[in-house]
Design a protein around this ligand. Structure first.
Ligand SMILES: Nc1nc2c(ncn2[C@@H]2O[C@H](COP(=O)(O)OP(=O)(O)OP(=O)(O)O)[C@@H](O)[C@H]2O)c(=O)[nH]1
Ligand SMILES: [Mg+2]
Length: 350
């Protein structure tokens, strides 16, 4: 255990041979309220430095209508954890605030309104192609860590929302989120693990956090936390091979977040366009029906006149000729009959 601890603490990402310019690992801790985010950060800190159990992680929430404060914690020379309390409910991520937090575009340790943050975000986005803009200050490799409590069951209907949140996080950060399941001793550990596996999550950790009332160091708990750090470090080293530069990645993340935020507006525009198209089609159909109706009206008197006439011209012709043929036929028979009677009368009288 001491060797593991030493290897974690001695990591210097800036000295790593293939670091692509990244010098920090930034674990972005996020999850629903009361999922155990603060306790997990405290437990991790404790595992790295037994002498230091912090009283209690400051609550991440703030006044209503304000953006939550993102508390940052430096754990080693190269490892930071940031507590992102922007996910207030599982259905409440579509405004994009949580992705702005995970992309590290919202200030740390400062309380700001989301609307103000959005303005700053847009200004940064507008300057993306500006050559004179300032150099970026952060060269951090972002590792998203989703914290969820086993005591908080996930219903069938909620699974797609969790999946969408985690998929979007993966698309933005380029890394499949790590999932930490707290309250390990609560029943339902296996089914919860399977739910996240079903969402495509590969790295799932179950932990029992230290708490204010219970922070006697326990070997098993410490090992759990250290195992988590080792897995994160290994994954970062593996992923570095496919990475570009910290600046380009940050720019890509910023484009992604702004597009995501605007996405709702785009969706609205698309819906409006669809609605207009449907209305136009309806109008066109209406006009056609009206036109047909008018045509029918115009044709009606003719049709009354033609009522006894057959509709098909050829048939009509046939009928006329048939009638005249029949009538001439009977006329002939009649004439022959008259002539025959006349002949009989004449011959008898002779
Ligand atoms: N039994 C047990 N309790 C835990 C565990 N993790 C957290 N808790 C308790 O759950 C409660 C919420 O934990 P927090 O760490 O404050 O959760 P949070 O996600 O930071 O909450 P907010 O900051 O309010 O969003 C606290 O009472 C913790 O002591 C755990 O693994 N096991
Ligand atoms: Mg908290």
């Amino acid at each position: 255990m001491m060797d593991t601890l030493r290897s974690i603490k001695s990591l210097r990402l800036s000295e790593y041979h293939d670091n692509k310019g990244f010098d920090q690992i930034l674990m972005q801790i996020f999850g629903l309220p009361r999922s155990g985010k603060s306790s997990f950060i405290n437990s991790c800190e404790f595992a790295l430095d037994v002498s230091k159990f912090k009283k209690y992680a400051k609550p991440g929430h703030s006044k209503r209508g304000k953006s939550a404060v993102r508390r940052s914690h430096q754990l080693t020379d190269s490892i930071w954890m940031v507590n992102n309390p922007g996910l207030r409910a599982i259905h409440a991520f579509h405004d994009g605030e949580i992705f702005a937090q995970l992309g590290d575009f919202l200030p740390r340790d400062e309380e700001l309104e989301w609307s103000e943050c959005k303005e700053t975000l847009y200004r940064q986005h507008d300057r993306l192609n500006d050559k004179d803009r300032l150099k970026i200050l952060f060269c951090e490799f972002i590792v998203p860590v989703f914290v969820h409590s086993i005591s908080n069951p996930i219903s069938e209907e909620e699974i797609p929302l969790y999946k969408e949140l985690l998929d979007t996080t993966r698309k933005m950060t380029g890394m499949n989120p790590f999932v930490v399941l707290t309250h390990k001793n609560h029943k339902g550990k296996n089914s919860m693990t399977n739910i996240f596996k079903g969402m495509g999550i590969k790295k799932i950790f179950t932990v029992e956090n230290y708490a204010v009332k219970n922070h006697q160091p326990v070997r098993e708990k410490h090992e759990e936390m250290l195992h988590f750090f080792i897995e994160v470090i290994n994954e970062v080293k593996l992923s570095l091979k496919d990475r570009i530069t910290p600046k380009d990645e940050r720019d890509e993340r910023l484009r992604f977040v702004v597009k995501y935020i605007n996405r709702s507006d785009e969706q609205k525009t698309e819906e409006e366009q669809e609605r207009r198209m449907r209305e136009q089609q309806k109008k066109k159909m209406h006009e056609e029906i009206k036109k047909r109706h008018n045509d029918q009206k115009k044709n009606t008197p003719k049709e009354i006149g033609k009522a006894s006439e057959p509709k098909n011209g050829i048939k009509e012709h046939k009928n006329v000729s048939e009638t005249s043929f029949l009538s001439s036929h009977w006329l002939m028979v009649f004439i022959i009959a008259v002539l025959a009677v006349f002949y009989i009368v004449v011959t008898k009288s002779n």
